[in-house]
Design a protein around this ligand. Sequence first.
Ligand SMILES: [Zn+2]
Length: 195
Amino acid sequence: MRVHETAQGASAVDIPTRRMALRAGLCLVAAMATPIPAFAKALATKPNRELSFVNLHTGERLKAEYVHNGAYVPSALRAISVLMRDHHNNKIHPIDPHLIDVAHMLHSRVRSNVSLNIVCGYRSPETNAMMHEISAGVAVHSMHIQGKAMDIRLPGTHLAALKKTALALDLGGVGYYPEDNFLHIDTGAKRHWVA
Ligand SMILES: [Zn+2]
């Protein structure tokens, strides 16, 4: 944060230093505009991104080009959020586009040709509280509540292989649930666990 402090204190210093500070400040702004550089780097070669989904609870299917010419497609993101809604009460919440990117990378790295099976996407606070009562494995402050987590499986790909690939991506959280046959991925802090 030294850069930020320098930029703020620039009024009292001479012009060249001030110019440098301003330039540094602009660099900081540029860095902030790309909150997760790792995603940008990993996806730079894929300006068009398409992914197919099936919600295992509702049976709904969707094939969406959610990134076109390097830009997220709002209508596709909305359709994905609808598909990944809380099926208990039909509540919809925006799904983090970076989470879809993680799923996209995972899907392509394991070279799967089947739709991403959604076991759980968005989970409303009410549903989360209800599930937490039933299962100790459901966190009180689950990332699912923020639309930043999904539980998935990919028929034809071993869950262990999916987990290994997700860990290799080195982005966000990875939870391995072999008994329930799904992998949890989220865009929170890097961490991993086994149920
Ligand atoms: Zn989960």
